[in-house]
Design a protein around this ligand. Structure first.
Ligand SMILES: [Zn+2]
Length: 393
């Protein structure tokens, strides 16, 4: 029986999408004939602490060393600058060490460095390696672990700030990862963890279950988990990124809980009283929403409309995969990231550059990066001005 990733009690599966290919297994034209592996995708909740997690995780090397293309510097760029500025103000010593785990293309560290911090990125992906050369940012191109934390501690000293944005919920062993955080963090330092918030997902259905994200976090189960590994919660708040995220700050010393944190805990407590019903309703609404989306799109195609998509994000491709929409329905997907252009999605849809949309405008464009719609829609004015229609999944 599967055990909870936080407390090791048995988990109860409550939602299944069947077996789907990895959304970022984006193939070169020469690889299109190769067989496609499919992996189960579903959610389970812990019978003890309520933590929500995938029913089965994919080996990290398969995702991060072979099929990983996410580039954080293409969206929400101002968000990372604001985050760096808000922390840089609070540092007391002159050249604090900031370590970003899951540093991706290094955008957050780039801002911290400009604000006078010593920086170090940790990320196992080839994408991070290439970006660190380009930006000349120090990077350890490995998975974070207690052993690696000890090595950094010996060489660089403790970190005044450790950031893990959209990373903690992707790691293979939460226990090993958190032991590493405790080891590397300065006695008065801060660890910042940001994860998509499952409560926002339940309320707005504005997020996606996909293979890369293993944990769908709530605040209540995380507090005792971190405390067992020597990290105490200092603050918790919600932020707008990724359809609604939870931002936690943690440190070695206990701190009284703020009113915001207490409010979040009270909201979760109310839901836990009727947790099985909450999850049943969430699953039903999510599956129904996919059905509606599929019907809406097929009806447009049946009316003779041509359809293309915008942004070949892992979440967006997962939605197409759930809904069995492939190259027969979607003509192409436009994308800004050069590592994706020229490849094909697992269901055979060609990925082309953003410019292609205006050269070959379809009747309908499907905005797959729907959680960044506010940022992307203004860039599509020339398409809509010519009569193009945009729909969100
Ligand atoms: Zn648990």
């Amino acid at each position: 029986m599967q055990k909870c990733r936080l407390c090791h009690h048995p988990v109860i599966p409550f939602l299944s999408f069947g077996r789907l290919p990895l959304p970022e297994e984006l193939r070169l034209p020469s690889e299109r004939h190769l067989p496609l592996r499919r992996y189960p995708l579903g959610l389970a909740t812990c019978s003890q602490c309520h933590h929500v997690q995938l029913t089965q995780k994919v080996r990290p090397d398969t995702i991060y060393k072979q099929h990983y293309h996410y580039d954080c510097s293409l969206t929400a760029t101002n968000y990372w600058l604001a985050l760096a500025k808000s922390f840089a103000r609070s540092f007391e010593n002159s050249r604090p060490l900031v370590v970003d785990i899951g540093s991706n293309t290094g955008l957050l560290l780039h801002h911290f460095r400009r604000l006078g911090c010593r920086v170090l990125g940790i990320d196992p992906s080839p994408l991070a390696r290439a970006a660190s050369r380009r930006r000349r940012l120090p990077l350890i191109n490995k998975y974070f672990s207690p052993q690696l934390a000890q090595r950094i501690l010996t060489r660089e000293g403790p970190a005044q700030l450790i950031t893990c944005t959209n990373t903690f919920d992707h790691v293979s062993s939460l226990t090993q990862f958190t032991r590493g955080l405790t080891c590397l963090l300065h006695p008065q330092g801060t660890c910042l963890i940001e994860v998509p918030y499952f409560l926002s997902f339940i309320k707005d259905l504005n997020h996606v279950v996909y293979h890369q994200q293993i944990d769908y976090c709530l605040l209540t189960p995380l507090i005792p988990f971190f405390a067992r590994h020597g990290l105490q919660l200092h603050s918790a708040e919600t932020t707008s990124i990724h359809g609604g995220s939870l931002r936690l700050t943690l440190g070695h010393q206990p701190s009284p809980l703020s009113q915001t944190t207490k409010k979040l805990l009270a909201q979760e407590r109310r839901l836990f009283h009727r947790w099985p019903q909450v999850l049943r309703r969430f699953s039903r609404l999510l599956l129904a929403r996919h059905q509606t989306f599929r019907h809406r799109l097929l009806s447009l195609i049946n009316q003779g409309k041509s359809v293309a998509a915008i942004a070949a994000s892992a979440k967006g491709i997962t939605i197409l995969n759930y809904c069995h929409l492939d190259y027969r329905h979607i003509q192409f997907i436009t994308e800004a990231s050069p590592t994706k252009i020229g490849r094909f999605t697992p269901s055979g849809i060609p990925i082309v550059s953003d410019r292609y949309l205006l050269k070959h405008p379809p009747d309908v464009a499907l905005l797959l990066a729907f959680n960044f719609a506010a940022e992307i829609l203004p860039r599509l004015k020339s398409f809509t001005a010519r009569g193009g229609r945009i729909i969100l999944p």
